[in-house]
Ligand binder design. Structure first.
Ligand code: IMP
Ligand code: MG
Length: 175
């Protein structure tokens, strides 16, 4: 894929409005808790998590884990590499992910985390591709449903490119 074209799918303004709404819902749901911990799945969710955190009005911590299932391609390798040494026992954990696609990545992360017995474990994803699902995943907070196309921007990459775009766009695999 050379000089791939990015076609705008979700504008900066629409993202920002939706992040605000998610922040309000999370604030309402976690009001009164003092153990909320955002766990951001790197790298794709870093921008979303940074914006979302500023819209949540409940004291909370933030941690990061590294997960990757893509080699430099637009197809999942089917394996998930996890880098995580967090102690989450007793926390109300909110996993913050960029995209739930087949569901493999988030299922693997949740499986690992449940072993540590957090007080609660919920999932907030910016994007959901329901038609690509192979592993069932319960999504508590979802920004947008998107078609089964490869998307980039707002932190999300294709082979480490396009993360800097302020909007979300689709990328043409065969320009
Ligand atoms: P899953 O394991 O198939 O659910 O894939 C989830 C992970 O793959 C996400 O966390 C993303 O990092 C990555 N991913 C899935 N779809 C896309 C896409 O359209 N663009 C960029 N990354 C994607
Ligand atoms: Mg990811």
């Amino acid at each position: 894929m050379n000089a791939a074209t990015v076609t705008r799918l979700i504008s900066e303004e629409t993202i920002s409005r939706r992040v605000k709404e998610l922040g309000e819902r999370i604030t309402a749901d976690y009001r009164g808790t003092d153990n909320l911990l955002f766990i951001t799945v790197l790298k794709g969710a870093f921008m979303f998590a940074a914006d979302l955190l500023r819209e949540v009005d409940v004291p909370c911590g933030i941690e990061f884990i590294r997960a990757s299932s893509y080699d430099r391609s637009t197809r999942s390798s089917g394996r998930v590499e996890l880098a995580c040494d967090l102690d989450i026992g007793g926390h109300d954990v909110l996993l913050v992910e960029d995209i739930v696609d087949t569901g493999l990545t988030i299922s693997r992360i949740e499986e690992e985390f449940r072993k540590q017995r957090p007080s609660s474990l919920r999932l907030c994803t910016l994007l959901d591709k329901p038609s690509a699902r192979k592993f069932p995943v319960r999504i508590d907070y979802s920004g947008f449903q998107v078609p089964d196309r490869f998307v980039v921007g707002y932190g999300i990459d294709y082979a480490e490119k396009h993360r800097e775009l302020p909007f979300i766009g689709t990328i043409d695999e065969n320009p």
